[in-house]
Design a protein around this ligand. Structure first.
Ligand code: ADP
Ligand code: MG
Length: 478
């Protein structure tokens, strides 16, 4: 990348709130129904109907606000954002403008081991529009209004990210957070979590921001990174060839890996915002907040600190294990059930288990190895029934079958040999067969020791107790 330029990025994330019914009507929000079977008179904006605010959506917005340590507005207002679009039958979208429900907060991201705090300007409630379906009918556009009125939380960041990598880290962290809080299912294919990326470049050291372009509706982490990097290059090219970047809305085409202009950017006053006369202001009192606070789950940041303090985990393991609530719960259950050292449990969960889950493209909630069965395996490592190496073999079996670790160890005869007589016999044999190496060791080549350990282990099919082998070898080689 050209080093004379620096990038400024701000993200607007739309998270669909996981309420059962819509934000202003009783219609279902379930995804995938037959077109237009879940749009009621309120969602269609028919004359004579009135919207009624869904308290659950408010509750979820407040939960979010608390999680990012934001100011929760005691008084917030819904506004009409007026524009014409085929999938917006009312001719306006109910949103919030001047007085959003969630004020200034922040989210900490980690990029290459460095933590950075990203400011969040605001988060407001609004309704989603319907969908235009191009391509379903020859020469026609279909309109599906099932999504109309689905609750969204729009989360606006400060322009404080300076690379596509940081933007992806922010988007991932936000994705984890809303799922962790249980306020959004995070399903990006279904559009439950998507973002608009605002990108500008400026000469290094310049104070004022450059002109930004906004890339609309990106629904994958991979595309966010690609779209932003592409846009940065495009803007630099425009400026370096003597042109100016225009403020506009662009669309990312993932097939061609390019962004293209959609429309020139509209200003807030183009939308003729005004307070929606059909809806009362939202009043949030201390009682309501206290009630939510009491039900708030332990937040990721606090959980991570607790994992570091109580389980003596390093930063990396603590970060991975608290990346989702289900993973954190799984780990804590394994610690409890196995009674083993937390560090060992953490290494197994973040190591072998997560690697296997990744390979199989599975979530922890669908793990073929339950926490009981993993705990059963770890118990046998810590009581020296099997070595760490054999444990990996048992883990593979746990993954493939439904047997317990004890059953596998028994059936395959994998118990560790601690019988010193048996180990001694093998050691004597190995020493007798490798006199050259014995000479080398005795003349000071300590490295050869590893060779002996390897030979003994091989001879005993990995089942010898490694501690015992080490001790006896040392004595014999003296
Ligand atoms: P709008 O609502 O019209 O899109 P906002 O002022 O609310 O505009 O900003 C939207 C997003 O654009 C915010 O996330 C903000 O951080 C980001 N942003 C604003 N100015 C710039 C800029 N010059 N470069 C990059 N991002 C910007
Ligand atoms: Mg915008």
């Amino acid at each position: 990348m050209n080093t004379q330029w620096e990038t400024v990025i701000g993200l607007e994330i739309h998270a669909q709130l996981a309420t059962k019914s819509k934000i202003f009507s009783g219609a279902s929000t379930a995804y995938g129904a037959e077109p237009n079977t879940q749009a009621c008179a309120v969602d269609l904006g028919l004359p004579g109907v009135l919207p009624v605010l869904n308290e659950e959506a408010v509750r979820m917005a407040v939960i979010f606000g608390m999680a990012i340590e934001a100011h929760i507005a005691p008084y917030s207002v819904f506004a009409r954002k007026n524009y014409f679009y085929p999938d917006l039958p009312k001719g306006y979208q109910i949103s919030q403008m001047d007085l959003p429900i969630v004020g200034v907060g922040h989210l900490d991201i980690d990029v290459d081991g460095v933590s950075k705090r990203i400011g969040i300007t605001r988060a407001h409630l609004e309704e989603d529009a319907g969908k235009s379906l191009h391509g379903s009918f020859h020469g026609l556009t279909g309109i599906d209004l099932n999504r109309a009125g689905t609750p969204l939380l729009e989360i606006v960041s400060e322009p404080e990210m300076s690379s596509a990598k940081e933007a992806v880290a922010y988007m991932r962290k936000m994705h984890e957070l809303v799922r962790y809080l249980g306020i959004c299912d995070g399903n990006m294919q279904e559009g439950s979590f998507r973002c608009d990326a605002n990108v500008s470049v400026r000469p290094k050291g310049q104070k004022e921001f450059g002109t930004r372009a906004e890339i609309k509706n990106i629904n994958s982490f991979k595309f966010v990174e690609k779209a932003i990097n592409h846009e940065i290059e495009r803007q630099i090219e425009v400026i370096e060839s003597g042109g100016t970047v225009v403020q506009e809305t662009r669309l990312y085409d993932s097939d061609k890996d390019e962004t293209r202009s959609m429309r020139s950017k509209e200003e807030a006053n183009d939308y003729r915002y005004f307070p929606d006369p059909d809806l009362l202001p939202v009043l949030i009192d201390e009682d309501f907040k206290a009630q939510i606070k009491a039900q708030l789950p332990e937040l990721p940041q606090a959980k991570k600190q607790r994992f570091k303090d109580d389980y003596v985990l390093d930063e990396e393991n603590a970060t991975i294990l608290t990346s989702s609530r289900s993973l954190a719960d799984y780990f804590e259950t394994v610690v409890k059930e196995s009674g083993c050292e937390a560090k060992m449990c953490a290494n197994w969960v973040t190591g072998d288990l997560l690697a296997a889950l990744n390979r199989a493209d599975l979530e922890i909630t669908d793990s073929p190895v339950s926490h009981e069965r993993l705990a059963g395996l770890l118990k046998r490592i810590s009581d020296d029934t099997i070595s760490g190496k054999i444990a990996k073999q048992v883990f593979e079996e746990l993954w493939q079958s439904t047997a317990t670790a004890d059953e596998i160890i028994e059936a395959k005869g994998l118990k560790q040999i601690t019988d010193t007589g048996a180990i001694e016999a093998i050691i004597d044999k190995i020493i007798a067969d490798n006199q050259d190496q014995v000479e080398q060791y005795r003349s000071g080549k300590d490295k050869v020791f590893g060779f002996f350990v390897g030979q003994v282990m091989k001879e005993m099919q990995g089942k010898a107790n490694p501690g015992e082998v080490n001790k006896m070898l040392k004595a014999k080689l003296q």
